[in-house]
Design a protein. Structure first.
Lengths: 301, 631
């Protein structure tokens, strides 16, 4: 038997149950792989759920072309190591139009390169269930999200019309045009995720660990200029700083935090001391009040 | 890329609970509006350091105080209306334990939300305002929590600061609550005096209530053991998914829902009743000798038998009931009321089938606990009924196994969840209960269609307007959601009666067959409209005699011969005049006007639409009125 503490074993068993339900009840599920720590845990759980069989559905990565290079390297290495079936989708129309977070702002950029890109991919492959790593503790509007969450045609989320969830009996049936989002990590907190990563020895992108990095301060964010598309504005001077990332996304929109936590234990200690919410470093949440909820209604994950 | 330090135990890190053995506590909170539920949860989150500083700062009032309740804001619409409308989940952890809080509002839809929260919780924290005492709503919440599996409750008597931290005030509420809890069957009920706002006795003992020597709320929650959810020694393993990555491996994935499973154990696979032995307990961390309740594992068996999703692996000599008739409690969650005869998709763990509501016995008044006999369950009603299942399933009562004894009903068309429920018991085939022995007879078939079946027999001359009125009438019935069928010369003469001609004997046989078919259709539960000239009293009387009393209406469509001949829609009168049609009713053959029709439609006064309405009013008026009253 594994030597995880009981509460992590309980969370693990719940997630495995959800993943197996998804496979058993849907025609064509897909795992939305965003390369971050939650995705790493999700992938680990999927490998456990179906062992000794392979992960029985493809992974989908919506590549905005603005991800950290280290993320892409990590993704490709992970796929190779576990023999996974990875689908990479980019909104080519957006690329042709040159949509960029620097030029078009985070709102437009997120809509085109993430929300629309995801819809395109789901449409193109006809997935009826998309498994994601979102957790309810991430953001207020997610506290009420279901584990199996129905999306109307066009992937719209209607927070007023959610199906009640009763114990572990999930209603997985869909009307024509509807699709399902599945969140096996619903009941995990950020601390649970790190504690599990530590206990199970799960690999994560090294950007999560503190290191001296070249950083530019912009709009109150610590930005890591990850490629030549980042152009210094007047007065901006890159500085060497000990930082790490608490969440990972597109490099121009993901703020680093000052930290010296170089391993999981130190991260857990830091989390306890710091007590700032995880999404604080993200530009997209600050656009407007209820930003996340509006994005979800529009189909952003 | 591995984190530098591996296999960290929880002891080395602050935020991870130390006591790894105690496991999660899933709790729900209930209480009437303004009793301080949000404040209490906000306080727990802040004191347990689970609320983030940036969130807390956002909730600081100008006075510098934290608006604890404000920490729990959820969706936009709710924020605007200042209400919470659903179940929200909150997470916090102390040094000892991780907690999952299902937070339910006390407002609209509370029954459904309470039931949902209770179904995922081990324990309920009930807020009671020390000033106001036990309110009806508080009782309601406790009752619903109990119905859906909660056996442990903690009553937090809140706002003690407002009653001067007075012991007498607390003891009074404690006594009232304890007696109420006993009455509704809660096995463990504890009362604690607290002030959520001031933080007394939440995480820290209060120096203002030295008379109280019990635990703080947090310390109580940290140490309480969740109720045993399943019978300890009875193996139940519902198969969630059969894993066959290649020809050599066949594993059965699932979660142990009760008991434990051991290598080499003798088991039986249901419903096929095939015996087998456990040959391996597979996990990615290696094979196990044993797996306990709650573990998600994969089993292999020592022989090749057909096992698929929805099957159950159980210990030998521990066979559960298998049944297609069950008695259930359920909470109705749909606008359209539950009624006998309605059919839904039934989901119970990985088992799935079609269920028909075969009886609704009573609903529970959640304030008085009194069971009232009812015919249907409306939105948010909780009641008891019986379900008939299309296939026999493994049935485990909720009292024995919470997970396996829970089910939902889903609409077959909209796929919405219309009800959630708990299984009370299975009925064996011989059980001497009336709904079990319910014959599928005319009454049952009618009930399932939600209508009273009958036959409307239109008689009258050719061209009198029978078909026109019958057609309008059938559309009306259809719009009313009724199930109908029309029999007329067109659809009978070409098929069923194509061997018959127009001699007197053949015409008589024609009518006899039509009457018999109509009778069968009424027996099947349909409203049948027959539209035939049927000129002879004897044949109409013969038809009437075939039907149960009150289910046959003779309707005379009255139009004078001259008018019919003038209309002559099919050109038959002309042909008959030319002698091309022998035995033409009204010309060469008599039409015997009904002496005592149930209804006479005078086509010279009213148009077909009005006449169709007359039929609806006169023939089914009372019954329609009754239908409306029932709703
Ligand atoms: N004096 C006092 N007021 C309280 C206490 N707990 C809550 N309140 C107040 O009671 C009101 C309702 O509290 P709230 O938490 O929103 O109640 P809910 O509707 O149950 O969530 C608010 O004004 C709170 O500040 C308490 O322990 N003492």
């Amino acid at each position: 038997m594994s030597n995880l503490p009981l509460y992590l074993r309980q969370l693990e068993a719940e997630s495995v149950y959800i993943l197996r339900e998804t496979l058993a009840c849907f025609r064509k599920p897909v795992l939305m792989y965003s390369i971050g720590k939650d995705s790493s845990v999700l992938l680990h759980l999927a490998r456990k759920a179906f062992y000794p069989g392979p992960v029985p559905f493809p992974l989908l990565h919506v590549d905005t072309t603005w991800k950290f290079r280290e993320m892409i390297a990590f993704r490709d290495e992970t796929v190779r190591r576990y023999g996974l079936n990875l689908i990479i989708h980019t909104n080519e129309e957006g690329v042709e139009k040159g949509i960029s977070p620097f030029v078009h702002g985070s709102a437009v950029y997120t809509d085109v390169m993430k929300t629309q890109a995801l819809r395109q991919a789901l449409d193109a492959y006809g997935f009826d269930a998309a498994i994601g790593g979102a957790r309810r503790d991430e953001e207020a509007s997610r506290a009420k999200e279901r584990i199996f969450s129905v999306r109307a045609a066009g992937y719209r989320w209607d927070p007023r019309n959610q199906r009640p969830e009763f114990g572990r009996v999930f209603n997985t049936s869909l009307a024509p045009g509807e699709t399902m989002r599945v969140f096996p990590l619903s009941n995990w907190t950020e601390k649970d995720v790190w504690a599990y990563i530590a206990a199970e020895g799960i690999d994560v992108v090294p950007l999560y660990f503190a290191q001296e990095r070249e950083i530019v301060r912009r709009d109150g964010m610590l930005v890591l200029p990850d490629d030549e598309r980042f152009v210094l504005k007047e007065g901006e001077v890159p500085e060497k700083m000990w930082v790490r990332f608490r969440t990972l996304g597109c490099y121009p929109l993901t703020g680093a935090m000052e930290s010296t936590a170089q391993n999981v234990v130190e991260i857990l200690e830091e989390l306890q001391a710091d007590q700032m919410s995880e999404r604080r470093g993200r530009a997209i949440d600050h656009d407007q009040a209820g930003a996340m909820e509006l994005k979800k209604q529009a189909g952003y994950f | 890329m591995r984190p530098k330090q591996q296999g960290v135990t929880s002891e080395s890190t602050g935020p991870v609970p130390h006591t790894s053995d105690i496991g999660l506590l899933r709790l729900m909170t209930c209480g009437s509006v303004d009793d301080g539920k949000s404040t209490l949860i906000g306080r727990l989150l802040v004191d347990a350091q689970m609320a983030y500083q940036d969130h807390i700062q956002a909730q600081r009032k100008s006075s510098g105080e934290i608006d604890y309740a404000g920490l729990l804001d959820g969706l936009l619409a709710e924020r605007e209306q200042g209400i919470t409308i659903d179940v929200a989940y909150r997470y916090f952890a102390s040094d000892k334990r991780k907690f999952i809080v299902a937070d339910t509002p006390g407002h609209e839809q509370y029954t459904r939300n309470m039931a949902t929260a209770a179904s995922v919780s081990d324990l309920a924290v009930i807020l009671i305002d020390a000033e106001a005492g036990l309110k009806p709503q508080t009782r309601r919440h406790a009752v619903i929590a109990h119905l859906f599996g909660i056996r442990h409750v903690v009553a937090a008597v809140n706002k003690m600061d407002k009653v001067g931290y007075d012991e007498t005030a607390f003891r009074k509420i404690e006594a009232a609550f304890t007696s109420f809890a006993r009455q509704c069957g809660l096995t463990s009920a504890v009362c604690l005096p607290v002030s959520a706002l001031k933080g007394d006795n939440i995480c820290e003992p209060s120096d203002k209530m030295t008379w109280y020597t019990g635990p703080t709320l947090l310390s109580y929650l940290e140490n309480v053991k969740p109720q045993a959810m399943a019978s300890a020694n009875v193996l139940r393993f519902p198969v969630q998914w059969a894993c066959r990555p290649d020809a050599s491996f066949r594993g059965y994935a699932g979660t142990v829902e009760s008991g434990d499973v051991r290598l080499g154990q003798n088991v039986v696979v249901l419903p096929s009743n095939m015996p087998a032995k456990i040959s391996d307990i597979v996990t990615m961390d290696g094979s196990q000798d044993r797996a306990e309740t709650g573990e998600a594992i994969m089993l292999t068996l020592d022989r090749d038998i057909d096992v698929s999703r929805g099957n159950m692996i159980v210990g030998e000599n521990q066979l559960p009931d298998i049944s297609d008739q069950i008695i259930v409690n359920m909470v109705w969650m749909e606008e359209e009321a539950a009624r006998v005869g309605a059919c839904y998709t039934f989901c119970c763990g990985p088992q799935k089938t079609i269920a028909t509501i075969t009886a609704i016995q009573h609903k529970v008044d959640v304030e008085t606990l009194i069971e009232q006999p009812v015919q249907s369950l409306s939105l948010n009603d909780v009641g008891q009924g019986a379900l008939g299942l299309a296939t026999s399933l493994v049935i485990e009562p909720f009292a024995k196994n919470r997970m396996m004894g829970s089910f939902i009903l889903c609409d077959k068309v909209t796929h919405r969840t219309v009800a959630a429920g708990t299984i009370r018991s299975a009925l064996s085939r011989g059980a001497n209960l009336h709904w079990q022995n319910m014959a599928v007879d005319a009454a049952a078939r009618a009930q399932m269609k939600g209508q009273r079946p009958f036959c409307l027999w239109f008689t009258g001359l050719s061209g009198a307007g029978k078909s026109t009125i019958a057609d309008l009438l059938e559309k009306k019935f259809f719009n009313m959601g009724l199930h109908t069928y029309t029999l007329d010369g067109d659809n009978v003469r070409h098929g069923l009666n194509r061997d018959l001609g127009f001699s007197d004997t053949d015409r008589m046989e024609n009518i006899r067959r039509v009457a018999e078919v109509a009778r069968l259709m009424v027996d099947a539960g349909l409203i049948v409209i027959v539209s035939f000239i049927s000129p002879f009293r004897a044949e109409r009387a013969m038809a009437r005699d075939l039907f149960p009393p009150g289910s046959f209406y003779e309707i005379f469509v009255d139009a004078p011969f001259s008018v019919c001949e003038e209309r002559d829609p099919k050109g038959l009168y002309k042909k008959a005049r030319e002698g091309l049609i022998p035995n033409f009713t009204g010309l060469s053959s008599p039409y015997e006007t009904p002496e005592n029709p149930d209804l006479c439609l005078d086509t010279s006064v009213l148009g077909p639409l009005e006449l169709a309405e007359q039929v609806v009013d006169k023939v089914c008026g009372d019954w329609l009125l009754n239908m409306k009253k029932d709703e």
